[in-house]
Design a protein around this ligand. Sequence first.
Ligand code: WT7
Length: 670
Amino acid sequence: MDTKNVKKTKRTNTAKVAAKSSAFNVNLSKLKIKSMDDYEAIHQKALEDPAKFWGERAKSLLHWFKPWEKTLEWDFAKPHVEWFTGGKTNASYNCLDRHIDGPRRNKVALIWQGDPEDDVRIWTYQMLYDRVCRFASALKNLGVRKGDRVVIYLPMIPEMVVSMLACSRIGAVHVLVFAGFSASSAQSRIQDCEAKVVITSDGMFRAGRVMPLKANIDEALKDCPSVRRVIVVNRTNMPTAMKERRDIWWRDVMSDRSLNARLPAVQMDAEDLLFILYTSGSTGKPKGVMHTTGGYLTYAAHTTQLVFDTREEDVHWCTADIGWITGHTYGVYGPLLLGGTTMMFEGGPRWPDPDRFWHIIEKYRVNTFYTAPTAIRLLIRDGDEWLEKHDRSSLRILGSVGEPIDAKTWNWYRDTVGDGKIPVVDTWWQTESGGILVSPIPYVTPLKPGSASLPLPGIDVEVLKEDGKPAKVDEEGHLVVKNPWPGMLRGVFGDKSKFKENYFSRFSGFYLSGDGVKKDQDGYLWLQGRLDDVINVSGHRFSTAEMEAAFNAHPAVAESSVVGMPHSVKGEAIYAFIHLKEEEKPTDAMRSDLRKWVRKEIGPIATPEYIQFVESLPKTRSGKIMRRVLRKIVSGNIEDLGDLTTLVDVSVVEALVTEHELLTGRSSLS
Ligand code: WT7
């Protein structure tokens, strides 16, 4: 009797243990940081032996078809960076295949909330896998091969994720172009990467309204000879012109019964290109930032785990559009690599009411929420009552990204959205970094409102003054990184020299971020905004040179200068100084025409806040516009304009100040 019982108990225990360990077949082992001592120790270890640290991370977070031969090879002076050389892996395989062989098969991979409240799609890993395989198979049939570029110009609909993973499954390079960009912005990106296929939709929903999208592609493709096919998702049912032999509906592509619903993923080299994403630099032309397979994926999974403490049952919501790097890394790759549930939202925060975000958090019981300061500032203005209506008790971590978050906004986020109970992680990074570089470890790093705190383990950040010497405590300098990390860009598409020129030449041997920063006595980093001619409007990056080029292309404009103006919601707003041609009149009609023009040239997100017509611009004797003066004028900081002796005509400045005050209705001295 006794023996029987013992045996029985034993069996049950063993069965339980076995069931537990096989509950999820992929064990994505966690890096445990439970205290600041742990953080310090791991940070030191990672700096001392990066190959060991990142090698272990890459091995535990990803499936490799073949192990790498060399973990890391680098020289910032050249610059040259390679990670996991010789290793073989695949993004789509890591996001899907390894999860569907076990119980995660039926776990929700993607929750999609459409702009209309009743438009919801919930896909399990198996369902996503099926769609990705079939679409990948269709892309192959359309002639897409390894290394070919596919431009994805879609609103926030699940087909975006299917397209990305289908591309990576067959080794094609995805190039997302934010759907808020104009036809002409889309065109220059399609031309630059020489895309073979473009994926778009008939139209898009925005705050209950329907807007065309495919029409932009028709316009763009008037001069894009590389494009053979356009695949069109029917999102809105709007009348849409289809060009014969070029355009094909998504549903027709997918209804082909011969598509392979189990298409095997291609084995990619770790350093094979995974995607290109265009971003604005200090020049007029956007740069195609290149990210490769093994390093990017390792870094996406690693940072998602560290910063969002991903748990099996979590619902993770990153509000960024997938067309930006934040959406790539923390909306798609990071969560899916970890077998998580990611939430995708098609609409905006204030439609139909200003509680849409809080409503969604309550509806799906979101656990980790990641958004931008500009959205938070917008919602603060609507008042706390919109928030109080909703249960937010599911939230465990609040993240911020895209621009500096001021202490006031930070405090509201923590105290009102998070009821003062949960940490706010202010995460600093860039398109080029692939993933977060500076951020608190939630529940571990002591927080200071307004500071992104400390670099993540293994990231060696330094603050350099203009002369290249390290800045002192609280002294502003350039944020640079001393060592490579797996998620960093590997170059600028089609332009070898740009990689060096943009990131490694200002301070030899360092990666230049372009951001200003101060380090306090505790080593905490306080981001100060860009130091180059990049402005950050609502977390979106614009090059002033690109904007000026757009204005200068207008037939009435002689010359222009664009600067960022501090703005209470957007962070920065676009302020344009326009010098019209002799025969043109500076009227309100002209102003609205110029606004329309820029919206068309770049996109609605680039709409200038102010257009100031000027008689002349402040120029030095060598003919350069003194932008520093313009920046000071628009920020209302005219008491200290600095040295003006090199200006040809100082009286120009006075006129500019007066005109600025008239236009904005404020005194620059107030
Ligand atoms: C620039 C990068 C990285 C995701 C979104 C933007 C600014 C980003 C922060 C932050 C202060 C920030 C920087 C950076 N930025 N996050 N937490 N605090 N500034 O990507 O379009 O490549 O822009 O955004 O200026 O250089 P991006």
